[in-house]
Ligand binder design. Structure first.
Ligand SMILES: Nc1ncnc2c1ncn2[C@@H]1O[C@H](COP(=O)(O)OP(=O)(O)OP(=O)(O)O)[C@@H](O)[C@H]1O
Ligand SMILES: [Mg+2]
Length: 361
């Protein structure tokens, strides 16, 4: 159920898919090798597993035609599952994925990235200036008269002022700041919804943005129709959504409400649908802007678990905006504090959150 890095020869490519990347002890993981550009039945597969740091490992045996492998972790820990795939042309491709076995509450946030890790989001000296009308007009007529006379005056409002940071692959990166500080504006620029007034923002990979509640939904349509609409906006094919429809509905726990127009949904129910669609696969970058806060505590817990699962899958990058500092502290490795449009602090979560919590004391 995940998109992942494809390793390729000149003619064909392969990747490894895990049905889960976070399991509890006693559970097992199904690993599937996916071959593109060559006949999968004409390939041979050899799976191996290794404990993080080495020292322990095993194999599925001699290379054979089985492209699926069930791995039951022998104990808690982080494991690398690898598959060597030899194609009909004799060339071998190696694809691997990390998975974690352990109590999900024992999630540890990602370590600080090394400087040479791949950059997936690069925000370079970004400023955002909004023009806001400086006068109030009582009627459209007055507005047009002012417009014709070139008397419309705008005030410039600087929502973001020279912001720079980089996010590396696999990081969980937090943005904090008081109301109106520019966090959502920053996320919209990263998601490509807004263009920065100056500076540049580069992003590598697919993004699943959860920024504004209800964005990408048509309130007149039913929930079911909206799942297809929103899925299409995220770039999923109809067949793909058909395949995952039940998973989405189950995750959102809204089985009995699929034929109801979205305008009759509560905001928490909309958030459930939006989160379920956005995280049904592993996007390269998941952007979560406070969307979860309208969900009830059970759903918030479920979303947190899913975000942790994505963070544990090494190649997913998460950008999280939340006023719940606890949540940021539990999940994120680094945090950027933006205050009234200005970058106050950028660094490891504990340091930045500590300073932020002292605001107003
Ligand atoms: N389209 C717009 N036109 C004019 N001003 C805007 C626009 N969008 C945002 N702003 C202003 O930019 C500032 C930053 O807004 P933004 O929504 O990014 O803040 P935020 O940090 O996400 O706040 P919150 O914590 O309340 O969600 C606010 O003062 C807001 O009024
Ligand atoms: Mg916001």
């Amino acid at each position: 159920m995940s998109d992942n890095i494809e390793m390729s020869t000149d003619n064909w490519s392969a990747s490894l898919d895990l049905n889960k990347t976070l399991v509890e002890y006693g559970d097992f993981v199904a690993a599937t090798a996916i071959v593109k550009g060559a006949n999968p039945h004409a390939c041979t597969y050899r799976f191996t597993w290794m404990l993080e740091g080495g020292g322990e490992g095993g194999t599925s045996g001699e290379p054979n035609g089985e492209f699926q492998y069930g791995f039951a972790p022998p104990h808690e820990g982080k494991f690398l599952i690898t598959c060597d795939i030899t194609g009909p042309d004799g060339q071998t491709v190696t694809a691997s994925r990390w998975m974690t076995c352990g109590d999900t509450d024992e999630f540890t946030r990602p370590p600080l990235p090394s400087p040479d890790a791949e950059t997936v989001v690069s925000v370079d000296d970004v400023s955002m200036v909004f023009n806001i009308a400086s006068e109030q007009f009582n009627s459209l007529k007055e507005y047009f008269i002012a417009l014709m006379r070139h008397e419309l005056k705008f005030k410039e409002f600087r929502a973001l002022d020279h912001i720079s940071f980089e996010v590396k692959r696999g990081e969980a990166f937090g943005l904090v700041g008081t109301n109106g500080s520019g966090k959502s504006t920053m996320l919209k620029i990263i998601a490509g919804v807004l263009d920065a007034s100056s500076g540049s923002c580069r992003v590598a990979g697919t993004i699943a943005p959860l920024i504004e509640l209800g964005a990408g939904f048509d309130m007149e349509l039913t929930a079911k129709e909206n799942i297809y609409l929103n899925g299409a906006l995220l770039g999923y094919r109809k067949e793909f959504i058909d395949e995952h429809f039940q998973d989405i509905v189950e995750f959102a726990e809204l089985q009995n409400f699929m034929e109801m127009p979205l305008k009759n949904y509560s905001s928490g129910m909309v958030a459930r649908i939006a989160f379920a669609i956005a995280t049904i696969t592993e996007p390269d970058i998941l952007i979560v802007d406070e969307t979860l806060s309208v969900g009830d505590f059970l759903f918030q817990k479920k979303c947190e678990r899913r975000i942790k699962e994505l963070v544990s899958a090494d190649n997913v990058t998460v950008l999280l905006v939340s006023h719940s500092i606890d949540l940021v502290e539990r999940i994120c490795d680094r945090v950027c504090w933006i205050e009234k449009g200005k970058q106050r602090m950028l660094g490891p979560t504990d340091e930045v959150c500590e300073a932020y919590k002292n605001l107003g004391k």
